[in-house]
Design a protein around this ligand. Structure first.
Ligand code: 3SL
Length: 260
């Protein structure tokens, strides 16, 4: 496995795609996606463009859709929810499709949506992602941070490092063979520095500070937790992310396979 980290979608190479692309937007799109799917949302369909979201969601039954969106951290006018993962309770989202648009996370998803496998990751579902990679061992893996309007964000690269570090530990890969670019070393170092203080890291992050100004302290606390949800969000068709059970089937196969 060759593992690459790109801090933002703009930094990923053009015209090629990996076997498996993992999009990260810890604050907050991919944390919200994992949370919504974990409590029974039917799917999350992502759009970078608000008008396109309105057109597509208009055709969906009104009682089965929720429009979720933010710009600059604040809820889009006329939408049902902003992008807080804490709004995604079973009462609100179970059985429904979330039509989501966000400033950065949905753009990253669009950048890699043609890859063979597209997953979304955050700290809260890091372990589910690692288990998938351990069982499927794709040849090339990209972790794509979402950043903020083209700029680096601490939390996304730290999450990429959390995935890489856990994988290297579990699989015993020599780091020099595993790392496809220098960013992998940087991401692991960042994670190791902050792994026991992720909430503090999110408080230092520029988007964390933006969210705190908007009153989202509880969101930051929630997004800073590691491995609390066993959910694997996977794209089933371009832009449509569902909860996959592939990870469980594969892990069971891996554990039961006769050792040679
Ligand atoms: O930029 C994004 O995609 C968002 O997740 C930003 S926010 O945290 O919802 O404001």
């Amino acid at each position: 496995m060759k593992f690459f980290v790109y801090h933002t979608p703009e930094l990923a190479p053009a015209n090629i795609l990996p076997d498996c692309a993992i999009v990260v937007d810890v604050l907050r799109a991919t944390t919200t996606i994992a949370t919504a799917l974990n409590v029974g949302a039917e799917a999350v369909q992502v759009f970078s463009d608000i008008d396109q979201l309105m057109q597509v969601s208009e055709k969906w039954p009104a009682d089965k859709r929720i429009r979720v969106g933010e710009r600059g951290g604040a809820m889009v006018d006329g939408f049902d929810l902003g992008n807080s993962p804490l709004s995604c309770t079973p009462e609100v989202v179970k059985g429904k499709r979330l039509f989501m648009t966000t400033t950065n996370g949905t753009r990253s998803l669009e950048r890699v949506q043609a890859a063979a496998v597209v997953l979304t990751a955050a700290f809260i579902n890091r372990r589910a992602i690692v288990e998938y990679l351990m069982t499927k061992t794709p040849e090339t893996v990209w972790v794509l941070g979402s950043g903020w309007e083209g700029n680096f964000s601490l939390e996304d690269t730290a999450c990429a490092g959390a995935i890489a570090q856990n994988l290297v530990n579990e699989m015993g890969y020599p780091l020099d063979d595993f790392a496809g670019n220098d960013e992998v070393f940087a991401a692991i170092s960042l994670y190791l520095q902050w792994q026991n203080n992720l909430f503090e890291l999110l408080n230092h992050a520029s988007h964390g500070q933006r969210l705190l100004r908007l009153g989202s302290y509880e969101d930051l606390k929630y997004c800073a937790q590691t491995d609390i949800l066993d959910v694997l969000p996977m794209q089933k068709e371009p832009g449509v992310i569902v909860k996959s059970d592939i990870k469980k089937q594969s892990l069971q196969f891996w554990m039961e396979a006769p050792k040679t």
